[in-house]
Design a protein around this ligand. Sequence first.
Ligand SMILES: CC(C)C[C@H](N)C(=O)O
Length: 545
Amino acid sequence: MDISNGTGRWDGLGSRDTSTREIAMENVSQEVLSRAEKIGPISEEVIQPLRSPVRSPDDLNWMLARLLMLSRRCPHADVREKCLSVLQNVQDIGIRIPRPLGQGPSRFIPEKEILQVNKVNAKMQVIFEDAFAALGRLDNISLVMGFHPQYLESFLRTQHYLLQMDGPLSLHCRHYIGIMAAARHQCSNLVNLHVNDFLQVGGDPKWLNGLKDAPQKLQHLGELNKILAHRPWLVTKAHIEQLLKAEEHSWSLAELIHAVVLLTHYHSLASFTFSCGISPEIHCDGGHTFRPPSVSNYCACDIANGNGTLDEIQGNHALTDTPCEVEALMEKMKQLQECRDEEEASQEEMATRFEREKTESMLVAAAEDEDSVPTRDVSRHFEDPSYGYKDFSRRGEHVPTFRAQDYSWEDHGYSLVNRLYPDVGQLLDEKFQIAYNLTYNTMAMHQDVDTSMLRRAIWNYIHCMFGIRYDDYDYGEINQLLDRSFKVYIKTMVCSPEKTTKRMYDSFWRQFKHSEKVHVNLLLMEARMQAELLYALRAITHYMT
Ligand SMILES: CC(C)C[C@H](N)C(=O)O
Protein backbone atom coordinates (compact mmCIF):
# COMPACT_ATOMS: atom_id res chain seq x y z
CA MET A 1 0.00 0.00 0.00
CA ASP A 2 1.26 3.44 -0.92
CA ILE A 3 1.22 5.44 2.25
CA SER A 4 3.45 8.42 2.29
CA ASN A 5 6.52 8.33 0.19
CA GLY A 6 5.83 5.73 -2.42
CA THR A 7 7.97 3.13 -0.77
CA GLY A 8 5.11 1.57 1.11
CA ARG A 9 6.85 2.36 4.33
CA TRP A 10 6.00 5.19 6.64
CA ASP A 11 9.23 6.29 8.23
CA GLY A 12 7.77 8.71 10.70
CA LEU A 13 9.86 11.53 9.33
CA GLY A 14 7.65 12.83 6.58
CA SER A 15 7.68 13.04 2.83
CA ARG A 16 8.67 16.04 0.82
CA ASP A 17 6.05 15.80 -1.89
CA THR A 18 3.08 17.72 -0.53
CA SER A 19 0.46 16.59 -3.04
CA THR A 20 1.06 12.88 -2.60
CA ARG A 21 1.44 13.44 1.10
CA GLU A 22 -2.02 14.94 1.51
CA ILE A 23 -3.77 12.15 -0.34
CA ALA A 24 -1.68 9.51 1.29
CA MET A 25 -2.25 10.94 4.73
CA GLU A 26 -5.97 10.67 4.33
CA ASN A 27 -5.59 7.09 3.24
CA VAL A 28 -3.60 6.36 6.30
CA SER A 29 -6.11 7.77 8.74
CA GLN A 30 -8.93 5.95 6.92
CA GLU A 31 -6.98 2.76 7.07
CA VAL A 32 -6.20 3.15 10.76
CA LEU A 33 -9.79 4.00 11.55
CA SER A 34 -11.18 1.03 9.70
CA ARG A 35 -8.67 -1.29 11.38
CA ALA A 36 -9.65 0.14 14.73
CA GLU A 37 -13.31 -0.41 14.03
CA LYS A 38 -12.72 -4.01 13.07
CA ILE A 39 -11.35 -4.71 16.51
CA GLY A 40 -14.88 -4.61 17.82
CA PRO A 41 -16.95 -2.22 19.91
CA ILE A 42 -14.60 0.54 20.75
CA SER A 43 -14.62 3.22 23.39
CA GLU A 44 -14.51 6.95 22.85
CA GLU A 45 -10.96 7.20 24.26
CA VAL A 46 -9.63 5.05 21.45
CA ILE A 47 -11.66 6.46 18.65
CA GLN A 48 -11.35 10.13 19.51
CA PRO A 49 -7.68 10.63 18.57
CA LEU A 50 -8.28 8.64 15.41
CA ARG A 51 -11.02 10.96 14.32
CA SER A 52 -8.93 14.10 14.32
CA PRO A 53 -7.98 15.11 10.78
CA VAL A 54 -4.65 13.79 9.61
CA ARG A 55 -3.20 16.24 7.12
CA SER A 56 0.49 15.89 7.67
CA PRO A 57 3.07 13.41 8.90
CA ASP A 58 3.05 15.31 12.17
CA ASP A 59 -0.68 14.73 12.58
CA LEU A 60 -0.23 11.03 12.01
CA ASN A 61 2.66 10.85 14.44
CA TRP A 62 0.62 12.72 17.02
CA MET A 63 -2.21 10.26 16.61
CA LEU A 64 0.06 7.24 16.92
CA ALA A 65 1.82 8.71 19.93
CA ARG A 66 -1.51 9.23 21.65
CA LEU A 67 -2.48 5.65 20.94
CA LEU A 68 0.80 4.51 22.39
CA MET A 69 0.23 6.60 25.51
CA LEU A 70 -3.29 5.17 25.91
CA SER A 71 -1.97 1.63 25.47
CA ARG A 72 0.35 2.19 28.45
CA ARG A 73 -1.37 4.68 30.68
CA CYS A 74 -5.11 4.34 30.33
CA PRO A 75 -6.55 3.00 33.60
CA HIS A 76 -9.14 0.95 31.65
CA ALA A 77 -7.64 -2.40 30.71
CA ASP A 78 -9.90 -2.86 27.68
CA VAL A 79 -8.86 0.48 26.22
CA ARG A 80 -5.19 -0.36 26.74
CA GLU A 81 -5.63 -3.62 24.90
CA LYS A 82 -7.54 -2.10 22.04
CA CYS A 83 -5.01 0.64 21.52
CA LEU A 84 -2.29 -1.93 21.46
CA SER A 85 -4.01 -3.98 18.82
CA VAL A 86 -4.73 -0.91 16.69
CA LEU A 87 -1.03 -0.10 16.83
CA GLN A 88 -0.13 -3.65 15.88
CA ASN A 89 -2.57 -3.49 12.98
CA VAL A 90 -1.07 -0.22 11.85
CA GLN A 91 2.36 -1.73 11.98
CA ASP A 92 1.15 -4.64 9.90
CA ILE A 93 0.25 -2.32 7.05
CA GLY A 94 3.80 -1.10 6.99
CA ILE A 95 3.60 2.03 9.09
CA ARG A 96 6.29 2.51 11.64
CA ILE A 97 4.82 2.87 15.09
CA PRO A 98 6.40 4.69 18.01
CA ARG A 99 7.76 3.11 21.16
CA PRO A 100 8.25 4.75 24.52
CA LEU A 101 11.63 6.17 25.47
CA GLY A 102 13.02 5.95 28.95
CA GLN A 103 12.38 3.66 31.85
CA GLY A 104 9.05 4.81 33.19
CA PRO A 105 7.51 7.81 34.92
CA SER A 106 10.69 8.94 36.71
CA ARG A 107 14.35 9.02 35.70
CA PHE A 108 15.31 8.75 39.37
CA ILE A 109 13.07 5.95 40.62
CA PRO A 110 13.08 2.42 39.19
CA GLU A 111 9.86 1.77 37.32
CA LYS A 112 9.06 -1.35 39.31
CA GLU A 113 8.80 0.70 42.50
CA ILE A 114 6.21 3.06 41.04
CA LEU A 115 2.54 2.17 40.83
CA GLN A 116 1.65 0.54 37.53
CA VAL A 117 -1.74 1.24 36.02
CA ASN A 118 -2.46 -2.45 35.61
CA LYS A 119 -1.68 -3.36 39.21
CA VAL A 120 -3.55 -1.04 41.50
CA ASN A 121 -6.01 -1.58 44.31
CA ALA A 122 -9.65 -0.57 44.06
CA LYS A 123 -9.13 2.82 45.69
CA MET A 124 -6.28 3.81 43.39
CA GLN A 125 -8.24 2.51 40.41
CA VAL A 126 -10.98 5.04 41.16
CA ILE A 127 -8.48 7.89 41.61
CA PHE A 128 -6.77 7.03 38.33
CA GLU A 129 -10.05 6.68 36.44
CA ASP A 130 -11.19 10.07 37.68
CA ALA A 131 -7.89 11.66 36.73
CA PHE A 132 -8.14 10.11 33.31
CA ALA A 133 -11.72 11.20 32.79
CA ALA A 134 -10.77 14.76 33.68
CA LEU A 135 -7.85 15.29 31.32
CA GLY A 136 -7.83 12.31 28.96
CA ARG A 137 -4.50 11.17 30.34
CA LEU A 138 -2.81 9.91 33.44
CA ASP A 139 0.46 11.74 33.65
CA ASN A 140 3.79 10.69 35.08
CA ILE A 141 3.46 13.23 37.88
CA SER A 142 0.29 11.52 39.10
CA LEU A 143 1.89 8.09 38.90
CA VAL A 144 4.81 9.21 41.07
CA MET A 145 2.49 10.98 43.50
CA GLY A 146 0.72 7.61 43.71
CA PHE A 147 3.16 6.79 46.52
CA HIS A 148 0.91 9.02 48.61
CA PRO A 149 -2.68 8.33 47.57
CA GLN A 150 -4.31 10.64 50.08
CA TYR A 151 -2.26 13.55 48.83
CA LEU A 152 -2.70 12.58 45.18
CA GLU A 153 -6.45 12.66 45.54
CA SER A 154 -6.41 16.16 46.96
CA PHE A 155 -3.87 17.37 44.40
CA LEU A 156 -5.93 16.07 41.47
CA ARG A 157 -9.16 17.47 42.85
CA THR A 158 -7.59 20.91 43.16
CA GLN A 159 -5.93 20.82 39.77
CA HIS A 160 -9.12 19.63 38.13
CA TYR A 161 -11.01 22.50 39.70
CA LEU A 162 -8.41 25.06 38.65
CA LEU A 163 -8.22 23.84 35.06
CA GLN A 164 -11.67 22.63 34.22
CA MET A 165 -14.44 23.68 36.53
CA ASP A 166 -16.37 26.93 36.61
CA GLY A 167 -14.03 29.80 37.11
CA PRO A 168 -13.28 33.34 36.00
CA LEU A 169 -10.74 32.48 33.28
CA SER A 170 -11.39 30.74 29.98
CA LEU A 171 -10.01 27.23 29.58
CA HIS A 172 -7.32 28.06 27.07
CA CYS A 173 -6.10 30.99 29.20
CA ARG A 174 -5.68 28.65 32.17
CA HIS A 175 -3.43 26.34 30.17
CA TYR A 176 -1.54 29.30 28.75
CA ILE A 177 -0.86 30.63 32.24
CA GLY A 178 0.36 27.14 33.15
CA ILE A 179 2.76 27.31 30.20
CA MET A 180 4.00 30.76 31.23
CA ALA A 181 4.62 29.60 34.79
CA ALA A 182 6.34 26.33 33.89
CA ALA A 183 8.48 28.09 31.30
CA ARG A 184 9.95 30.36 34.00
CA HIS A 185 11.71 27.25 35.25
CA GLN A 186 12.35 25.86 31.79
CA CYS A 187 10.18 22.91 32.67
CA SER A 188 9.63 21.57 29.17
CA ASN A 189 7.63 18.58 30.48
CA LEU A 190 4.90 20.79 31.87
CA VAL A 191 5.14 23.22 28.97
CA ASN A 192 4.61 20.41 26.43
CA LEU A 193 1.76 18.93 28.39
CA HIS A 194 -0.10 22.21 28.52
CA VAL A 195 0.71 23.16 24.95
CA ASN A 196 -1.20 20.00 24.01
CA ASP A 197 -4.07 20.86 26.32
CA PHE A 198 -4.11 24.48 25.18
CA LEU A 199 -4.52 23.41 21.55
CA GLN A 200 -7.10 20.81 22.45
CA VAL A 201 -9.38 23.33 24.10
CA GLY A 202 -9.15 25.53 21.02
CA GLY A 203 -6.30 27.85 21.99
CA ASP A 204 -4.83 29.98 19.18
CA PRO A 205 -1.57 28.34 18.03
CA LYS A 206 -0.16 31.79 17.31
CA TRP A 207 0.12 32.51 21.03
CA LEU A 208 2.59 29.66 21.28
CA ASN A 209 5.16 31.68 19.36
CA GLY A 210 5.76 33.56 22.56
CA LEU A 211 4.23 35.90 25.07
CA LYS A 212 4.58 38.73 22.57
CA ASP A 213 1.98 37.02 20.38
CA ALA A 214 -0.48 36.52 23.21
CA PRO A 215 -3.11 39.16 24.10
CA GLN A 216 -1.92 42.23 25.98
CA LYS A 217 -3.75 41.15 29.06
CA LEU A 218 -1.64 38.02 29.37
CA GLN A 219 1.51 39.93 28.52
CA HIS A 220 0.84 42.16 31.51
CA LEU A 221 0.87 39.08 33.72
CA GLY A 222 4.47 38.36 32.68
CA GLU A 223 5.94 40.66 35.30
CA LEU A 224 4.01 39.12 38.18
CA ASN A 225 4.94 35.66 36.90
CA LYS A 226 8.60 36.58 36.99
CA ILE A 227 8.63 38.16 40.43
CA LEU A 228 6.50 35.48 42.03
CA ALA A 229 8.73 32.73 40.68
CA HIS A 230 12.01 34.24 41.83
CA ARG A 231 11.55 37.04 44.38
CA PRO A 232 8.00 36.92 45.67
CA TRP A 233 8.78 39.28 48.56
CA LEU A 234 9.04 42.08 46.02
CA VAL A 235 5.39 41.84 44.98
CA THR A 236 3.61 45.02 46.05
CA LYS A 237 0.19 46.49 45.72
CA ALA A 238 1.54 48.55 42.81
CA HIS A 239 1.91 45.37 40.76
CA ILE A 240 -1.66 44.46 41.57
CA GLU A 241 -2.89 47.93 40.75
CA GLN A 242 -1.18 47.86 37.36
CA LEU A 243 -3.07 44.72 36.44
CA LEU A 244 -6.45 45.75 37.81
CA LYS A 245 -6.38 49.37 36.76
CA ALA A 246 -4.90 49.06 33.28
CA GLU A 247 -6.91 51.36 31.03
CA GLU A 248 -7.39 48.63 28.51
CA HIS A 249 -7.09 44.91 28.99
CA SER A 250 -7.46 45.09 32.73
CA TRP A 251 -7.95 42.08 34.97
CA SER A 252 -10.89 41.59 37.31
CA LEU A 253 -10.07 40.72 40.88
CA ALA A 254 -11.54 37.23 40.50
CA GLU A 255 -9.55 36.61 37.32
CA LEU A 256 -6.40 37.76 39.01
CA ILE A 257 -6.87 35.40 41.95
CA HIS A 258 -7.43 32.55 39.53
CA ALA A 259 -4.26 33.51 37.64
CA VAL A 260 -2.21 33.84 40.82
CA VAL A 261 -3.28 30.42 42.04
CA LEU A 262 -2.39 28.92 38.65
CA LEU A 263 1.01 30.63 38.56
CA THR A 264 1.96 29.43 42.02
CA HIS A 265 0.58 25.96 41.31
CA TYR A 266 2.76 25.57 38.23
CA HIS A 267 5.89 27.16 39.68
CA SER A 268 5.77 24.67 42.51
CA LEU A 269 4.77 21.78 40.26
CA ALA A 270 7.87 22.54 38.19
CA SER A 271 9.86 22.08 41.41
CA PHE A 272 8.22 18.71 41.96
CA THR A 273 8.72 17.65 38.34
CA PHE A 274 12.44 18.30 38.45
CA SER A 275 12.97 17.04 41.97
CA CYS A 276 11.42 13.65 41.14
CA GLY A 277 13.09 13.44 37.73
CA ILE A 278 9.70 13.11 36.01
CA SER A 279 10.09 11.74 32.46
CA PRO A 280 8.48 13.41 29.46
CA GLU A 281 4.96 12.08 28.84
CA ILE A 282 4.83 9.22 26.36
CA HIS A 283 2.79 11.20 23.83
CA CYS A 284 4.85 14.40 24.17
CA ASP A 285 8.20 15.42 22.75
CA GLY A 286 10.98 13.27 24.14
CA GLY A 287 8.59 10.59 25.44
CA HIS A 288 8.65 8.33 22.40
CA THR A 289 10.62 7.59 19.29
CA PHE A 290 9.89 6.17 15.86
CA ARG A 291 13.37 4.74 15.53
CA PRO A 292 13.77 1.01 15.95
CA PRO A 293 15.52 -0.02 19.16
CA SER A 294 19.29 -0.15 18.81
CA VAL A 295 21.09 -3.46 19.08
CA SER A 296 22.33 -2.68 22.52
CA ASN A 297 20.24 -0.86 25.09
CA TYR A 298 23.35 0.39 26.69
CA CYS A 299 24.21 3.92 25.75
CA ALA A 300 27.48 5.55 26.70
CA CYS A 301 25.88 8.98 26.77
CA ASP A 302 23.67 7.83 29.64
CA ILE A 303 26.74 7.40 31.74
CA ALA A 304 28.12 10.74 30.75
CA ASN A 305 24.99 12.62 31.71
CA GLY A 306 24.49 10.84 35.01
CA ASN A 307 21.15 9.40 34.02
CA GLY A 308 21.12 5.98 35.40
CA THR A 309 23.86 3.56 34.82
CA LEU A 310 26.63 5.00 36.93
CA ASP A 311 25.40 3.43 40.14
CA GLU A 312 24.98 0.09 38.49
CA ILE A 313 28.55 0.17 37.32
CA GLN A 314 30.17 1.42 40.46
CA GLY A 315 27.92 -0.47 42.81
CA ASN A 316 25.40 1.30 44.97
CA HIS A 317 27.02 2.83 48.02
CA ALA A 318 23.80 3.91 49.61
CA LEU A 319 23.94 1.44 52.40
CA THR A 320 27.63 1.39 53.03
CA ASP A 321 29.02 4.88 53.32
CA THR A 322 26.77 6.45 55.95
CA PRO A 323 25.48 3.59 58.02
CA CYS A 324 23.99 5.51 60.91
CA GLU A 325 22.66 8.61 59.26
CA VAL A 326 19.08 7.74 60.11
CA GLU A 327 19.81 6.75 63.68
CA ALA A 328 21.84 9.91 64.23
CA LEU A 329 18.97 12.00 62.96
CA MET A 330 16.52 10.18 65.22
CA GLU A 331 18.83 10.70 68.17
CA LYS A 332 18.91 14.44 67.48
CA MET A 333 15.14 14.55 67.30
CA LYS A 334 14.95 12.86 70.66
CA GLN A 335 17.44 15.22 72.24
CA LEU A 336 15.65 18.27 70.88
CA GLN A 337 12.37 16.97 72.21
CA GLU A 338 13.88 16.66 75.67
CA CYS A 339 15.53 20.11 75.60
CA ARG A 340 12.29 21.68 74.42
CA ASP A 341 10.66 20.82 77.71
CA GLU A 342 13.58 22.21 79.70
CA GLU A 343 14.60 25.67 78.58
CA GLU A 344 12.79 28.31 76.66
CA ALA A 345 14.76 30.90 74.74
CA SER A 346 13.80 34.56 75.02
CA GLN A 347 11.79 36.25 72.28
CA GLU A 348 14.87 38.19 71.32
CA GLU A 349 16.98 35.10 71.05
CA MET A 350 14.28 33.40 68.96
CA ALA A 351 14.22 36.35 66.57
CA THR A 352 17.99 36.26 66.26
CA ARG A 353 17.93 32.56 65.47
CA PHE A 354 15.44 33.18 62.69
CA GLU A 355 17.48 36.03 61.20
CA ARG A 356 20.62 33.91 61.34
CA GLU A 357 18.95 31.03 59.56
CA LYS A 358 17.42 33.35 56.94
CA THR A 359 20.72 35.06 56.18
CA GLU A 360 22.50 31.74 56.00
CA SER A 361 19.86 30.32 53.70
CA MET A 362 20.53 33.19 51.29
CA LEU A 363 24.16 32.20 51.20
CA VAL A 364 23.55 28.50 50.63
CA ALA A 365 24.27 28.28 46.94
CA ALA A 366 21.90 26.18 44.89
CA ALA A 367 23.90 23.26 43.61
CA GLU A 368 25.63 23.54 40.27
CA ASP A 369 26.18 20.17 38.73
CA GLU A 370 27.94 19.90 35.44
CA ASP A 371 25.59 17.02 34.68
CA SER A 372 22.51 19.23 34.54
CA VAL A 373 20.29 17.99 31.75
CA PRO A 374 20.09 20.58 28.99
CA THR A 375 16.50 21.66 28.55
CA ARG A 376 14.69 22.46 25.38
CA ASP A 377 14.39 26.11 24.66
CA VAL A 378 11.17 27.26 26.16
CA SER A 379 12.35 30.80 26.75
CA ARG A 380 10.22 32.22 24.00
CA HIS A 381 7.24 31.88 26.31
CA PHE A 382 8.53 34.45 28.71
CA GLU A 383 10.60 37.56 28.70
CA ASP A 384 13.87 38.20 30.39
CA PRO A 385 15.16 34.66 30.84
CA SER A 386 18.15 35.98 32.73
CA TYR A 387 16.00 36.97 35.68
CA GLY A 388 16.55 33.94 37.86
CA TYR A 389 17.18 33.25 41.49
CA LYS A 390 20.92 32.96 41.10
CA ASP A 391 21.44 36.56 40.08
CA PHE A 392 20.46 38.07 43.35
CA SER A 393 21.46 35.28 45.72
CA ARG A 394 25.01 35.86 44.56
CA ARG A 395 24.68 39.48 45.44
CA GLY A 396 23.27 38.43 48.79
CA GLU A 397 20.03 40.34 48.46
CA HIS A 398 18.32 41.17 51.71
CA VAL A 399 15.01 39.41 52.15
CA PRO A 400 12.72 41.34 54.49
CA THR A 401 11.06 39.42 57.30
CA PHE A 402 7.39 38.58 56.83
CA ARG A 403 5.75 37.89 60.18
CA ALA A 404 3.29 35.05 59.92
CA GLN A 405 1.15 36.51 62.69
CA ASP A 406 0.50 39.58 60.51
CA TYR A 407 -0.55 37.61 57.48
CA SER A 408 -1.00 33.86 57.51
CA TRP A 409 -2.67 31.38 55.21
CA GLU A 410 -5.08 30.22 57.90
CA ASP A 411 -6.22 33.65 59.06
CA HIS A 412 -5.99 35.78 55.94
CA GLY A 413 -5.03 34.07 52.68
CA TYR A 414 -7.59 31.34 52.94
CA SER A 415 -10.61 33.57 53.37
CA LEU A 416 -9.50 36.03 50.69
CA VAL A 417 -9.25 33.25 48.12
CA ASN A 418 -12.51 31.73 49.21
CA ARG A 419 -14.30 35.04 48.91
CA LEU A 420 -13.12 35.73 45.38
CA TYR A 421 -12.90 32.21 43.97
CA PRO A 422 -15.32 30.05 45.94
CA ASP A 423 -14.20 26.55 46.87
CA VAL A 424 -10.60 27.06 45.85
CA GLY A 425 -9.60 28.39 49.26
CA GLN A 426 -11.09 25.23 50.74
CA LEU A 427 -9.36 22.95 48.26
CA LEU A 428 -5.97 24.56 48.76
CA ASP A 429 -6.37 24.53 52.50
CA GLU A 430 -7.09 20.82 52.44
CA LYS A 431 -4.11 20.15 50.21
CA PHE A 432 -1.72 22.17 52.41
CA GLN A 433 -2.95 20.35 55.50
CA ILE A 434 -2.62 16.93 53.95
CA ALA A 435 0.93 17.67 52.80
CA TYR A 436 1.93 19.18 56.15
CA ASN A 437 0.42 16.41 58.27
CA LEU A 438 1.19 13.43 56.04
CA THR A 439 3.08 10.75 57.96
CA TYR A 440 3.49 7.01 58.15
CA ASN A 441 5.50 7.27 61.37
CA THR A 442 8.50 5.75 59.66
CA MET A 443 12.11 6.76 59.15
CA ALA A 444 13.71 4.55 56.51
CA MET A 445 13.59 1.07 58.11
CA HIS A 446 12.35 2.30 61.52
CA GLN A 447 8.68 2.15 62.52
CA ASP A 448 6.60 4.09 65.03
CA VAL A 449 8.62 7.27 64.93
CA ASP A 450 7.06 10.66 65.49
CA THR A 451 8.48 12.62 62.54
CA SER A 452 6.54 15.85 63.06
CA MET A 453 9.61 17.72 64.25
CA LEU A 454 11.56 16.83 61.12
CA ARG A 455 8.73 17.59 58.73
CA ARG A 456 8.09 20.90 60.45
CA ALA A 457 11.77 21.81 60.17
CA ILE A 458 11.67 21.20 56.41
CA TRP A 459 8.49 23.23 55.94
CA ASN A 460 9.68 26.11 58.10
CA TYR A 461 13.10 26.16 56.47
CA ILE A 462 11.47 26.76 53.10
CA HIS A 463 9.32 29.55 54.49
CA CYS A 464 12.40 30.94 56.20
CA MET A 465 14.19 31.11 52.84
CA PHE A 466 11.28 33.26 51.70
CA GLY A 467 11.59 35.43 54.80
CA ILE A 468 8.45 34.09 56.49
CA ARG A 469 8.79 33.78 60.27
CA TYR A 470 6.63 31.95 62.82
CA ASP A 471 7.35 33.51 66.18
CA ASP A 472 6.55 30.34 68.11
CA TYR A 473 9.12 28.28 66.23
CA ASP A 474 12.70 27.85 67.38
CA TYR A 475 14.79 28.10 64.21
CA GLY A 476 17.72 26.57 66.06
CA GLU A 477 16.04 23.21 65.40
CA ILE A 478 16.61 23.56 61.68
CA ASN A 479 20.35 23.59 62.08
CA GLN A 480 20.21 20.49 64.22
CA LEU A 481 18.06 18.49 61.86
CA LEU A 482 18.92 19.59 58.34
CA ASP A 483 22.52 19.19 57.35
CA ARG A 484 24.20 21.38 54.84
CA SER A 485 23.91 19.06 51.87
CA PHE A 486 20.20 18.65 52.51
CA LYS A 487 19.84 22.43 52.66
CA VAL A 488 21.62 22.71 49.33
CA TYR A 489 19.17 20.18 47.91
CA ILE A 490 16.18 22.11 49.26
CA LYS A 491 17.51 25.38 47.97
CA THR A 492 18.07 23.94 44.51
CA MET A 493 14.62 22.36 44.34
CA VAL A 494 12.83 25.45 45.49
CA CYS A 495 14.84 28.15 43.76
CA SER A 496 16.44 26.67 40.65
CA PRO A 497 14.74 23.30 40.18
CA GLU A 498 15.92 23.06 36.57
CA LYS A 499 19.43 22.31 37.91
CA THR A 500 18.42 19.01 39.53
CA THR A 501 20.32 15.89 38.55
CA LYS A 502 19.95 12.25 39.48
CA ARG A 503 23.14 12.52 41.46
CA MET A 504 21.64 15.21 43.71
CA TYR A 505 18.51 13.16 44.23
CA ASP A 506 20.57 10.10 45.08
CA SER A 507 22.95 11.78 47.44
CA PHE A 508 20.63 13.22 50.06
CA TRP A 509 19.15 10.98 52.75
CA ARG A 510 20.69 7.90 51.17
CA GLN A 511 19.02 5.35 53.38
CA PHE A 512 15.52 6.64 52.99
CA LYS A 513 13.02 5.03 50.63
CA HIS A 514 11.97 6.54 47.32
CA SER A 515 8.49 7.12 48.71
CA GLU A 516 10.07 9.20 51.50
CA LYS A 517 12.08 11.28 49.05
CA VAL A 518 8.90 11.91 47.09
CA HIS A 519 7.30 12.85 50.43
CA VAL A 520 10.06 15.41 51.00
CA ASN A 521 9.46 16.73 47.51
CA LEU A 522 5.75 17.14 48.26
CA LEU A 523 6.62 19.17 51.35
CA LEU A 524 8.96 21.36 49.29
CA MET A 525 6.34 21.89 46.64
CA GLU A 526 3.49 22.77 48.98
CA ALA A 527 5.57 24.97 51.26
CA ARG A 528 6.84 26.84 48.24
CA MET A 529 3.37 27.27 46.82
CA GLN A 530 2.02 28.60 50.09
CA ALA A 531 4.91 31.05 50.48
CA GLU A 532 4.42 32.51 47.00
CA LEU A 533 0.70 32.65 47.49
CA LEU A 534 1.06 34.49 50.80
CA TYR A 535 3.08 37.27 49.19
CA ALA A 536 0.66 37.64 46.28
CA LEU A 537 -2.40 37.59 48.51
CA ARG A 538 -0.92 40.04 50.97
CA ALA A 539 -0.29 42.45 48.11
CA ILE A 540 -3.88 42.00 46.91
CA THR A 541 -5.19 42.65 50.43
CA HIS A 542 -3.06 45.81 50.66
CA TYR A 543 -4.48 46.96 47.37
CA MET A 544 -8.03 46.38 48.58
CA THR A 545 -7.68 48.20 51.90
C1 LIG B 1 9.76 12.67 54.96
C2 LIG B 1 9.85 11.50 55.87
C3 LIG B 1 10.81 11.75 56.96
C4 LIG B 1 8.47 11.16 56.39
C5 LIG B 1 8.38 9.91 57.22
N1 LIG B 1 8.66 8.70 56.48
C6 LIG B 1 7.01 9.83 57.83
O1 LIG B 1 6.27 8.91 57.60
O2 LIG B 1 6.62 10.69 58.55
